[in-house]
Design a binder for this molecule. Sequence first.
Ligand code: AVI
Length: 322
Amino acid sequence: MKSTPVIKRRAERARREFLHDALAGLRASPKRLPCKYFYDKRGSKLFDQICQLDEYYLTRCELAIMERHAEEMGQQIGRGVMLVEYGSGSSVKTRYLLDGLPDPAAYVPVDISDEHLHETARELQRDYPRIEILPVCADFTTDFTLPVSNVESTHAAVYFPGSTIGNFLPSRATELLERITRLCGTGGGLLIGIDLQKDVRTIEAAYNDRRGVTAQFNLNLLRRINRELDGNFDLEQFAHRAIYNARLGRVEISLVSRRAQVVALGGEVFEFGNDEPIHTEHSHKYTIDGFAAMAAEAGLTLRREWTDKDGYFAVAHLAIGP
Ligand code: AVI
C-alpha cells in the first residue's frame, strides 16, 4: 500500500500509543502488557493457526453451533435487521448467520483494520448481492455511529462472536455491553459467543497446545516491541504460562522471566526477577447465569442460548430492555 502523509501520521500516532502503553505496563507492579497488541500481521496469522488447533475447542464448538442453529438465530433476531458485526466478518460463522437471517436490511462489519475490512466487505458484497454491506472502520470499544442504509431497517443487532468479550475484565466487559445497548437502542439485540466454564484440563490444554503455537502468539508481543519500539527483550529468556483460575473463572496468561535480567525500552531500564511474570491476557469463562447477570447490568435481557453437544461454548441472544 502507498504510504501517504496521512497514513504515515496515523502509523506514528499508533507507535507512540504502543510505546506509552508498553512503558506504563512495564512500570506497573505486577508488570503487564495489553493483549490488544497481539494482533500485528504475524500475531493475526498465529491466532488463525490457534483457531485450527485440536486443543482449541472454542472455534470448532462455535462453528458447530452456528452451522446447526443459524436459522433459529435468524428467526430470533427477526426481519429487517441492520446486523452490526464486531470484527471484519471474514469468518465462516458470519456467512452461516447471513444465510439464516430473514430479509436483513444491511450488514455492517466494524473493524479497526481498514484494509482487511474493505477486502472482506467486497467479497461479502459479491456473494450476498441482495444485502447492503456497509463497512465501518472503527474501534468498537469506543463510540461510533451506525451508517444509513438504503433499505430502512426495523432494528439493529450486534453480532460479537469468538468469546472476545472474555478478554475484557468484567468492568470493561460491562462497559462494552453498555455501549452496545446505546448503539442499538430499544428493540435492538445482541448475538454473542461466550466460552463456558468446564474442567480445568480442557481449558488449560486450549492455552498450552503441544505445538507451542499459543506460546509463539504470546511471545510475539515481545518480538513486536523489539521490532517496532526498539526494545531488547531476549525472547529465549521468557516462557509462556497459562493457568486457569477457577475462582475467578479465567485463564491468566503471562510471559515469565526465565532468570533475573534487565531489559531496555524507550530510554528506560526494567529489571526482572527470576520467574517474574508479565501479565499479557485474561480469558474469562462464563456460566450462562453469570453472563446473563453481567449483561443485565448493561440493560440486556437473555432471551435464548444455544450450546454445542458438550456444553463447552454458547451463543446467546439478548434483547435490549427488560
Ligand atoms: C481472541 N480470544 C477470544 C482468544 C481467547 O481464547 O481468549 C485469544 C487467545 N489467547 C490465547 N489463545 C487464544
